[in-house]
Design a protein around this ligand. Structure first.
Ligand code: SAH
Length: 208
């Protein structure tokens, strides 16, 4: 166990709790997952700060608070199937796998996909299933999902996201223009209707 990382990690979790995250499963996962392994080596010293960091290829690892907020909004139970669009570093994937979810994650940049897949395997996250491809089509093979999370923002919600959502399932997705701010939505499937809740303003990289 890398004890030198325990203090900054505990401070990160304390801050997230202070900002209003209450889900014990989420807070525990954030205490367990070694975030410093998911950032470039030269940025490891600031891995536990509450801000996003660059991970190469013009992409970023999301801010810890936003990861916690989106994960809590999914309201999952261990064993649930979750689809993630935008694997990136694999940190969000690791949080979900650590919580006991069966995670299906898609990344479009080959180098990021490979690095994340290798790291998740090295850390023993057997519940993380990584695929290289375009997340806009979802991952039909394992649908329907109790939760779908997009960590890159489309201009409009891809049809696959709502189609592959289970009855009562939640989709958490930033939607809005490229390069600007987006609105984070939680969409819940209730039969044929989709119930929408505005979770606030966010800034994500675009879903291409
Ligand atoms: N969850 C990630 C955040 C990564 S940023 C983390 O914790 O690190 C968003 C990611 O979405 C980037 O890696 C980007 O390459 C990817 N992405 C963008 N458009 C995509 C698409 N159409 N399909 C799949 N991944 C996409």
């Amino acid at each position: 166990m890398d004890t030198t990382e325990d203090l900054p990690k505990s401070q990160m979790v304390a801050l997230i709790r202070q900002r209003g995250i209450r889900d014990a499963l989420v807070l525990n996962a954030m205490q367990q997952v070694p975030r410093h392994r998911f950032v470039p080596e030269e940025l490891r010293w600031e891995a536990y700060g509450d801000y996003p960091l660059p991970i190469g290829h013009g992409q970023t690892i999301s801010q810890p608070y936003i990861v916690a907020l989106m994960t809590e909004a999914l309201t999952l139970q261990p064993g649930d199937k979750v689809l993630e669009l935008g694997t990136g570093s694999g940190y969000q994937t690791a949080i979900l796998a650590e919580m006991g979810m069966e995670v299906y994650t898609i990344e479009i940049v080959p180098a990021l996909h490979e690095t994340a897949r290798a790291l998740l395997a090295e850390l023993g996250y057997a519940r993380a299933h990584c695929r290289l491809g375009d997340g806009n089509a979802g991952w039909q093979e394992y649908a329907p999902y109790a939760g779908i999370i997009a960590t890159a923002a489309p201009a409009t919600i891809p049809a696959a996201c709502t189609e592959q959502l289970a009855e009562g399932g939640r989709l958490v997705i930033p939607v809005g223009p490229r390069g600007g701010y987006q609105t984070l939505w939680r969409i819940t499937r209730r039969g044929k209707t989709l119930q929408r809740e505005d979770l606030g303003g966010v800034a994500f990289v675009p879903l291409v």
